[in-house]
Design a protein around this ligand. Structure first.
Ligand code: NAD
Length: 476
């Protein structure tokens, strides 16, 4: 299968709209070719989505746990049945290798299944009181929610927001990325085809600033869940503050990796290179700053450079491709700017360091060493296929350096010493820490950051709590 099989449109109150106020051309990043034309929502269409969310909320909140769980279970089943079609759309729209897209479908389906179970576990607690009295703590749905999703995981991100919101009993308006709309449409279609009542979910696309301002300003929206960059997250929080609305902010990172001299070095190199170049580095938890003990620095650098140099670049639909293009022309441009600046400042290129000539938005897997602290790339999230390797001699300095930036999403360390593992787990300022692993996503575990990487968690029971409010009920 190599076809762009979807109908691009807005889904509002059970109706598909194939026209709006303008269009966005969807581009295949592997070739630059136009895949399709996406309608952009008018304010009138956004108001219709708000009206649907307001009507859908009491309807869905009143649905039984069996009904809610059945829709989620059905959506997960349909997603698995349609895996090849959804994965193909993601690869054509976003560029990642088809094997990665298939894995993303599998994880999204498992997450939806997890929330089908959580529907029955949204319970509260009964407090100890004198005989005849009761105090209860109950969890209620927050109300109609808005999800703003990015393009890097076009299958997972809509599922990761929609499934817990539905499990909690919320209605939702989703604005998936305009860069990968067909993928999100097909993900939402799984929920609709599994029996989700029409007004409960709407899918809109548009000019992001207009859409987010209009929807966040509406008193109907009670919660905003955003995944994207730190500056946009801060901007959206300011808009949300006007209505005192709850937010979940899953923002950028600049993940440090501390490689100790007592680690299993071969394992560290294998894992670091696989996770660094996955999705061409366009992952918020992508390992970026490698602080390597001086005793193993040269071997680690040589290993990373060899793995980077051997990676097969190409269109994601080619089964031999190991790394696809970047998702849009902004990303290679950003890589060129950051890497040229680093090299001018004195960094040495151990692998890659340049865009790949030809069609599409390709940038070669890159490893830089001796990157001076003055280089922009030591401070700004590259969000691309580049590893920065530096040597350290004292663990205290590595920890200070790891915690230096305002980001706090993921942090990693490699060591075979249990005491060192404990010290690093405690010292690293991050929402997620990986010791001898870089797999940060698990359906039952919270995913989110601290510091400027945001607040709130997705996945796990915490992901559903993000769409609930608590109420204390006292009966005397
Ligand atoms: P960007 O900052 O322009 O956009 C990031 C995301 O926010 C996109 O999905 C975009 O559609 C959305 N967005 C932008 N302005 C918005 C607005 N006013 N209202 C609502 N949504 C808005 O950057 P970009 O070039 O698309 O992506 C690169 C940067 O985005 C990276 O540096 C990275 O930090 C961040 N990003 C992070 C994640 C993540 O998983 N945390 C995912 C994708 C992108």
């Amino acid at each position: 299968m190599n076809a762009y099989e979807t109908t691009l449109g807005l889904f509002i109150d059970g109706q598909w709209h194939t026209a709006g106020t303008g269009v966005h051309e969807v581009i295949n990043p592997a070739s630059g070719a136009v895949l399709g034309s996406l309608p952009l929502a008018s304010k009138g269409q956004l108001d219709a989505a708000l009206d649907a969310a307001a009507r859908g909320y009491p309807l869905w909140r009143a649905a039984s746990t069996d009904e809610k769980a059945a829709v989620l279970t059905g959506a997960a089943r349909l997603m698995r049945e349609r895996s090849e079609r959804i994965a193909t759309l993601a690869t054509l729209e976003q560029g990642k290798p088809i094997s990665e897209a298939r894995g993303e479908v599998g994880y999204a389906a498992a997450l939806i299944d997890f929330y089908a179970g959580e529907v029955r576990r949204g319970h509260g607690r009964v407090l100890a009181r004198p005989a005849g009295m009761r105090s209860l703590v109950v969890h209620e749905p927050v109300g109609p929610a808005l999800a703003l999703c990015p393009w890097n995981f076009p299958i997972l991100n809509p599922a990761r927001k929609l499934a817990p919101a539905l499990a909690a009993g919320c209605s939702m308006i989703i604005k998936p990325p305009e860069e990968a709309p067909g993928t999100a449409i097909e993900v939402v279609r799984c929920f609709i085809d599994a029996g989700l009542p029409a007004p409960v979910v709407s899918v809109v696309f548009g000019v992001p600033d207009m859409v987010s301002r209009h929807l966040i300003a509406s008193p109907i929206i009670r919660k905003i869940s955003f995944t994207g960059s730190v500056p946009v997250g801060k901007h959206l929080m300011k808009l949300a503050a006007d209505g005192m609305k709850r937010t979940t902010m899953e923002l950028g990172g600049h993940a440090p990796v501390i490689v100790m001299d007592d680690c299993d070095l071969e394992k560290a190199i294998t894992m670091a290179s696989a996770f660094k170049f996955r999705n061409a580095g366009q992952v918020c938890v992508s390992p970026t700053r490698f602080h390597v003990h001086e005793a193993v620095h040269d071997r680690f650098l040589a290993g990373m450079a060899a793995r980077a140099g051997a990676l097969q670049l190409g269109p994601g639909m080619d089964p031999t491709t190991q790394m696809g293009p970047l998702a849009n022309p902004r990303r290679p441009a950003a890589m060129v700017g950051l890497i040229e600046d680093a090299v001018r400042s004195g960094a040495r290129v151990a692998a890659g360091g340049e865009a790949q000539a030809g069609d599409g938005f390709f940038y070669r897997p890159t490893v830089l060493s001796d990157v001076p602290m003055a280089a922009r790339i030591m401070h700004e999230e590259p969000f691309g296929p580049v590893a920065l390797v530096r040597a350290f001699s004292r663990i205290e300095d590595a920890i200070t350096e790891a915690n230096r930036l305002p980001f706090g999403l993921a942090a990693y360390a490699f060591t075979e010493n249990a005491r060192t593992a404990n010290i690093l787990s405690d010292a690293l300022e991050a929402g997620m820490v990986g010791i001898n692993t870089m797999a940060m996503s698990a359906v039952d575990s919270p995913f989110g950051g601290v510091k400027e990487s945001g607040h709130g968690s997705e996945d796990g029971p915490e992901g559903m709590r993000a769409f609930q409010v608590v109420k204390a009920i006292h009966q005397a």
